[in-house]
Ligand binder design. Structure first.
Ligand code: PMP
Length: 393
């Protein structure tokens, strides 16, 4: 009976938003949920998206169904940015389909891997919590390794050991850039080592690219994905446009399949269509159509890239300020300077995170993750002082 369904815990980050909203202190700082914020705390609609939406409103003459693959103009327009302008299909071996956000893309990528006979997924932890939830929901086995050290650097030994332990026919899920929650990415040199390791072991790479352009730049952030795809016969890429086009609630994503030969990719993707039909039938159109209209218009592309540059520059400034602060009490903030994207982890204890909230009105996730974009030149000194205070003893 339905009465057997047990109450599930509320999402911890969403609960944190409620607590933050209810806090009357004027100088409270929200470092919880993962959306970009300007230095006035806003999460505005991109100007390029506003322009594309105006075009969409004026020009769209039907909302009739598309199909499980969604807006293929969108899916294809994105490919040069992800896979490189020189050969974005890798000789016809890559194609994709639209999904409801990056979450839908991860879900489909893992579902496709399962359909293809993969049962074990290797993944560095900590990771975006939904990765493990989706793997569990699909009944697949999660094998974890340590993504990064507590001191803020990639743990390559743990990855090497994991790949050594893995068996051909396993899959490995890696963040393409701007690792969530740690902000700790593989360097180009590390990708240069990882890509052939995966190929030699015969692992299926599942690459999650949810923050392209928020780290070091559009091309720079795609280095790992392109390096791995150049090395292996087959791979899956889950992509989100929700951060780099600011479309969060409109749920814009895509999943891409790279097959060993061009004649296999259609059959592989038809399984993606079947999975989508059985789950959501077809993805929401609006946001993807807006992204397509941006990508089809040279002036809007320029505007989009400039908006992304401004976001990235602001986050770099915040990181630079944290790095200059160096030691805050017992915590060394300097590694955050070279980390990437929206998130980093400040390795505070549960008690210290609670003190950050209760004593200083600084709201951060229980994992110690902070949203870098929640910091501004106006509140960052308060944040650094709070970390120093709660770790002082
Ligand atoms: N992958 C990672 C690593 C993420 O951090 C997120 C979002 N927080 C997603 C995928 C999914 O993004 P969305 O569904 O919002 O597009």
């Amino acid at each position: 009976s339905l009465a057997q369904l047990q109450q599930q815990p509320a999402d911890a980050l969403l609960a944190l938003i409620k607590l933050h909203n209810a806090d009357p202190r004027a100088d409270k700082i929200d470092l919880g949920v993962g959306v970009y914020r300007t230095d006035t705390g806003a999460t505005p609609v991109f100007a390029c998206i506003k322009a594309a939406e105006a075009k969409l409103l004026a020009g769209q003459d039907s909302k009739a169904y598309l199909g499980p693959e969604g807006d293929m103009g969108f899916v294809h327009a994105l490919m040069p940015y992800v896979f490189g302008a020189k050969d974005p299909t890798m000789g016809g071996r890559i194609d994709g389909m639209q999904t409801p956000g990056g979450t839908g893309a991860v879900r489909l990528a893992l579902g496709l891997a399962k359909r293809a006979g993969y049962r074990r997924i290797w993944m560095g932890t900590p990771s975006w919590p939904n990765h493990a939830q989706i793997i569990a929901d699909l009944g697949m086995e999660l094998k974890s390794f340590v993504h990064a050290s507590k001191t803020g650097f990639v743990d390559m030994d743990s990855l090497r050991f994991a790949v050594g332990q893995a068996e051909p026919g396993d899959a490995i899920l890696l963040h393409g850039c701007c690792h969530n929650p740690s902000g700790i990415d593989y360097s180009d040199a590390q990708w240069d080592e990882i890509a052939p390791l995966l190929a030699a072991k015969g692992l299926l790479p599942i690459l999650d690219l949810a923050y392209q352009g928020l780290g070091a730049g559009m091309d720079e952030d795609a280095y790992g994905v392109r390096r791995v795809l150049a090395e292996v016969p087959e791979a899956l890429v889950a992509y989100s446009c929700d951060k780099n086009f600011g479309l969060y609630r409109d749920r814009v994503g895509a999943v891409y399949v790279m097959s060993a030969s061009a004649d296999q990719v259609g059959a592989a993707l038809s399984n993606g269509h079947a999975l989508a039909r059985a789950a959501w039938s077809m993805p929401p159109d609006h946001g993807a159509a807006a992204v397509r209209l941006v990508l089809e218009d040279e002036a809007l592309v320029k505007q989009w890239l400039a908006e992304l540059d401004a976001m990235r520059d602001r986050m770099r400034q915040v990181r630079a300020r944290l790095a200059t602060a160096g030691m805050a009490g017992t915590i060394d903030l300097s590694p955050l300077g070279s980390q990437n994207g929206l998130f980093s982890i400040v390795p505070l204890t549960a008690e210290q995170i609670m003190a950050m909230r209760e004593k200083h009105a600084v709201y951060m996730a229980g994992s110690g993750r902070i949203n870098i974009a929640g910091l501004t030149m106006g509140n960052i000194d308060k944040f650094i002082a709070a970390v120093a205070d709660v770790t002082a003893g």
